[in-house]
Design a protein around this ligand. Structure first.
Ligand code: DGI
Ligand code: FE
Ligand code: FE
Ligand code: FE
Length: 188
């Protein structure tokens, strides 16, 4: 798939603000790919498409988990973790996006995982630090990227903040999030 097609898919499917977020994630990811030696074309497509399934009805997301034979375990956690895996499969099976790295980057953009590819890492972090984001402490993560150039530390800090946030609201946590936290804990 070409950038133009990905852009059009996102623009036609998503509410304006979410489309604009996707464009900023793609732009941020391209900058990071330049910085870290990643594949600009792949991170750009994954950035544009990463939230494609975000506003699909839950009933549809559930159906697609079954249709695409995704891990049923996904259904036991917060429904917010479904749009990545389902969106990745939509791109692969409905729109012919064959590339495995793009697939993984969309798939794991919410939860992260241990041993991410460079493309996955960039999209995971770009989603958190794109210029429209203003969550508390986001500037600390931006500094880890733009000043320290420490991608793995940024992944650890993002996972840590997400886990703290989820625990604070007594939410259940998908195990891949914990795997990601542990794997990128550089003290280990
Ligand atoms: O889709 P976005 O809003 O751009 O961002 P996202 O897909 O990274 O994450 C959406 C939210 O999902 C995030 O703010 C926290 C929430 N969430 C719920 N359960 C989990 C979770 N995030 C992780 N990492 N793990 C969970 O189990
Ligand atoms: Fe998302
Ligand atoms: Fe994210
Ligand atoms: Fe996003």
């Amino acid at each position: 798939m070409k950038k133009k097609k990905a852009n059009k898919l996102a623009e036609e499917k998503l509410p304006k603000k979410r489309y604009e977020h996707s464009v900023r994630v793609a732009e941020t990811a391209v900058g990071m790919a330049e910085q870290f030696g990643g594949d600009k074309e792949k991170v750009e497509l994954a950035g544009l498409l990463h939230d494609y399934a975000k506003y699909d009805e839950l009933s549809k997301l559930y159906q697609l988990v079954t249709k695409y034979e995704l891990d049923n375990e996904l259904l036991a956690y917060n429904s917010e973790i479904l749009h990545g895996p389902v969106g990745a499969c939509m791109m692969k099976y409905e729109f012919g996006v064959e590339d495995e790295e793009i697939f993984l980057a969309i798939h794991n953009h919410t939860t992260g995982r241990a041993q991410m590819t460079l493309t996955e890492k960039i999209v995971f972090v770009a989603d958190y630090i794109e210029p429209g984001r203003n969550q508390p402490g986001v500037d600390d993560i931006r500094k880890l990227i733009y000043t320290d150039e420490d991608l793995d530390k940024a992944i650890y800090e993002i996972s840590k903040r997400t886990v703290l946030y989820l625990v604070e609201k007594d939410s259940i946590i998908y195990p891949k999030t914990i795997d990601c936290l542990n794997y990128y804990n550089l003290e280990k």
